[in-house]
Structure formats: C-alpha cells, structure tokens
Design a protein around this ligand. Structure first.
Ligand code: PDD
Length: 285
C-alpha cells in the first residue's frame, strides 16, 4: 500500500509527490531535517524535536513560515492517514526552489516535505543482540549541532560500517569519539554513564536529553566528558541513543567485544526506562 506523504501543503500518495529539481535542498543541501519517533500511535518528544528544528533553522537564517502547532498538526495527520502505530516521521525543510545561485533567494517560500516510515523500535531484534560499531574518521563540517541535510560524511561512514557487517559508525576526531553517524555515543563504567558535552561538534540529541532527564529517578550518575576510542574498547558497556534506535546496546567496536558480546544490564535498564518514557509520548520541552 502506498504511503500518504506531505509536500508543501498537500497530502499525496508517495508516487505523486514531487519537488523541483531546482530545490536548494537538492542543489546545495541548503536545508534542515528532523526525525521523530512514533510509539503506540503517539509522537515522542515532538516539542523537543520542533524546538531543535527551530534552532537549526535559525542558525542557517531560514525563517519557518509554519507555527509549531501547524507542524504538530501535520505530524498527527500523517500518523492518522497512514494508520502509523510505530515508526518514524521524517521532516525536511529547504530554502525553496529557484534558479541556481548561492546567496539566499528573495521571495522564495521554503519547501516542506514530511513522510512516515513504519518500523519496529520497541521490539527491534538488534536490541536483544546489540549492534556492531566500527570507528572511522569524522569528516563532517564545523557546525554539527545544526541538523543539516548535508549527510554525505555520515552516508560514507555508514557504508563503511555496512561493508564491515556493522550497524553504526563511531566517528573519531583528535583521538576522541565525537558521535555515531546518526546517533549519540555513550560508554558505561559501573553505574556511571559517560557521553561528551554538547558543542558545535555534535548534534544535541533529543534522546540524550530524555535519558538525562530520567536519570534523576535512577541510581545512575552522569559524567559529561569526552572519551577516546581506547577507553570505549575498555568500557564495561557501550550504547547509542537516537530517536530511531532509542537506547541500543553496542556489543562490538572494531571487532572487539564489549561486555563479552552481550547487552549489559545498565544499557538494558536505560532502554526499559526510555521505552516507558516514549510510550507516554515523552515529556521534554
Ligand atoms: N539521527 N547525532 C547524529 C549525528 C544524529 O544524526 C542523530 C539522529 C543523533 C541523535 O539525535 P536524536 O536523539 O535526537 O535522534 C545524534 C537521526 C535519527 C537520523 O538522522 O536518522
């Protein structure tokens, strides 16, 4: 069955949805995206994703002609029209379509595209086995805090991972792990979770924020600092977070087993707590 997608004000079957070849998202990668999860038919932490969207757009001086309420309504309409119980919603906004020229165009309306992907997050088989990660140099630009559609470096990193039989790449710069190609990287020592501070070097993960918000009610503590690849290889546990992987155990890094190749107890507990948070639609602002 074909999906119903959203393009510039219209809900259309996916085969009929088109964007101009002059769209600046296509020509320059001049656009921003978001990926939100849907669990049990409900959006997870939608407010926080839309706040990050607004921030990213502000950083590239793209003013959004849609209010938060309008964007939430489109998300909800797509869930309804596609009877989406579990999966993700992809949103992309670009600076619009016009003849190719680098500076911002005048009087051009941004392009807004949204579509759903039905996927199994809660019962993802990978959560039982853990995933394999390979390390690769971080080839990205200097403003990774902006969720830009320029994803060539992560595409290349994920392809290297796929060719090595791994599901995620951890990008390394100056000896430290920056983040996953499409996730936040964490390691665990005892009851201490370690992940690097936010800066221009990483995307501020909404799932990271959610995990930190419920840590207060758990017996885990958080050490916000950089870690090296060697430290990760020696860690008791490792995991990634993202809207689509939730909290996902990492059981191998560069072919080296983590926690004897099985998901560890801290990661599994955090995953359980996150799923409970997500089932309620999340509560982040
Ligand atoms: N990626 N870091 C990077 C580079 C990411 O692309 C993502 C998300 C994250 C985690 O962010 P969040 O917890 O808000 O999903 C961290 C999405 C899922 C993607 O590109 O598909």
């Amino acid at each position: 069955m074909s999906r119903i997608v959203y393009v510039n004000g219209s809900y259309l079957p996916e085969e009929e949805a088109t964007v101009s070849i002059f769209d600046r998202g296509f020509i320059f990668g001049d656009g921003i995206y978001e990926v939100s999860a849907v669990i049990a038919g409900k959006l997870v932490d939608c407010e926080a994703h839309l706040a990050r969207l607004e921030r990213s757009c502000g950083e590239i001086r793209l003013s959004l002609p849609w209010s938060k309420e309008e964007l939430v309504a489109i998300h909800e309409e797509l869930i309804r029209r596609n009877a989406l119980d579990e999966g993700s919603i992809y949103l992309q906004v670009s600076r619009g379509a016009c003849d190719r020229d680098f500076p911002f165009p005048k009087d051009v309306k941004p392009t807004l595209v949204m579509f759903t992907q039905a996927r199994n997050f809660v019962n993802a088989p990978a959560a039982k086995t853990g995933i394999k990660v390979v390390s690769t140099p971080d080839l990205r630009w200097a403003r990774r805090d902006i969720k830009s559609v320029n994803l060539l470096a992560p595409v290349l990193a994920k392809q290297i991972a796929a060719e090595a039989g791994a599901q995620e790449a951890w990008m390394v710069e100056d000896g430290v792990v920056t983040e996953g190609a499409s996730s936040t990287a964490w390691i665990v020592k005892g009851k201490t979770l370690i992940s690097r501070p936010l800066s221009h070097k990483v995307l501020p993960g909404i799932t990271r924020k959610a995990v930190l918000a419920f840590l207060a009610e758990s017996d885990f503590s958080f050490e916000e600092r950089e870690f090296t690849l060697d430290e990760a290889l020696d860690a008791e546990e490792a995991f990634i977070t993202s809207a689509t992987s939730m909290v996902m155990p990492v059981t191998s890094i560069d072919g080296h087993s983590i926690h004897n190749g099985a998901p560890g107890p801290a990661t599994l507990r955090l995953r359980e707590l996150y799923i409970a948070h997500a089932r309620q639609g999340g509560a982040l602002g």
